[in-house]
Design a protein around this ligand. Structure first.
Ligand code: SF4
Ligand code: SF4
Length: 278
């Protein structure tokens, strides 16, 4: 059976917030019986854009990650919810707006923080994958329809086909270690979850300091070779997709006509080593 999944490309999200606004437009003040009670005007972020700044000036980048209920297949909220939470055959998780009344305990059941408590209605709420629209024949969610960059795409396919996409496109989910089996997948999540070591190579030639292009930079850790790159025409180099807090790395830099240089870097979060003079 075909089921719904969401694929989000972190590299394409510009933080325009249109998907989040579309969700508000759809749910604030609107009652969708059987799907969702109205979302409060303030305080809820059913679609929430996370932001991560990496590095230090001038080597810095920012990633934006739209997040929402992951419609997990092995959802802790389902395990705790009883008949207040249901998993539909098409993969969508719904919190029943009637049966879940008073169930504040469900808020804590979501390890992702995607269940919002509606104080006025005494109701836990999630983004319901716009199921009321999909059931009317829509092929897109409101957020997807509003997204100007194509960063967000809902697709309904067989689980086997989705597993193939995950493999082929290196898609990832949030907190895979929980085993909750989210149906929201991310492309280029490393731009948010991983970090880099970068720097700028420079050398003095005839009294003038200039950047060094074409130098080879080799990265190793505990004697194990990890990667090699070449500095660009600004003398910049960068090793990305490294794990946060992964310890001490060794950089060996070789440039034509210069003696080899070795630099040590301790990786907490992304680090710009700044100018390295050869
Ligand atoms: S993200 Fe949270 S609320 Fe949504 S299905 Fe998973 S556990 Fe439940
Ligand atoms: S609408 Fe698209 S680009 Fe804008 S914040 Fe949402 S996912 Fe990102």
């Amino acid at each position: 059976m075909q089921k719904w999944n969401m694929i989000i490309d972190v590299a394409e999200c510009t933080n325009c917030q249109l998907c989040a606004l579309a969700a508000m437009d759809e749910y604030v003040g609107n009652n969708w019986p059987g799907y969702a009670a109205p979302m409060p005007r303030h305080g809820h972020k059913w679609i929430n854009i996370l932001q991560k700044e990496r590095g230090q000036q001038p080597m810095i980048d920012i990633a934006y990650v739209p997040t929402m209920c992951n419609h997990c297949d092995n959802a802790p909220c389902l395990a705790k919810g009883g008949d207040a939470v249901k998993k539909r055959d098409d993969g969508i998780v719904l919190i029943d707006p009637e049966k879940a009344k008073g169930r504040k305990d469900l808020v804590e059941a979501c390890p992702y923080g995607h269940i919002w408590w509606n104080e006025e209605l005494a109701l836990p709420q999630i983004w319901p994958f716009d199921a009321h629209l999909l059931d009317q024949g829509w092929q897109q969610t409101r957020g997807q329809q509003s997204c100007p960059t194509g960063a967000m795409r809902a697709i309904k396919i067989e689980d086997e086909e989705m597993a193939r996409l995950v493999r082929d496109q290196e898609l990832e989910v949030m907190k895979p270690e929980l085993g909750s089996k989210p149906r929201v997948y991310y492309r280029n999540l490393w731009r948010y979850s991983k970090c880099f070591i970068g720097g700028t190579l420079a050398a003095e030639v005839n009294g003038v300091v200039d950047c060094v292009e074409g130098a080879t930079v080799h990265l190793s850790k505990n004697g194990r070779s990890i990667a090699e790159t070449v500095s660009d025409n600004y003398g910049d180099f960068k090793f990305d997709r490294l794990d946060e807090g992964s310890g001490v790395y060794l950089l060996e830099i070789s440039a034509e006509g210069r003696s080899k240089k070795t630099v040590e870097a301790r990786l907490g979060t992304s680090i710009n080593l700044g100018e390295i003079r050869l």
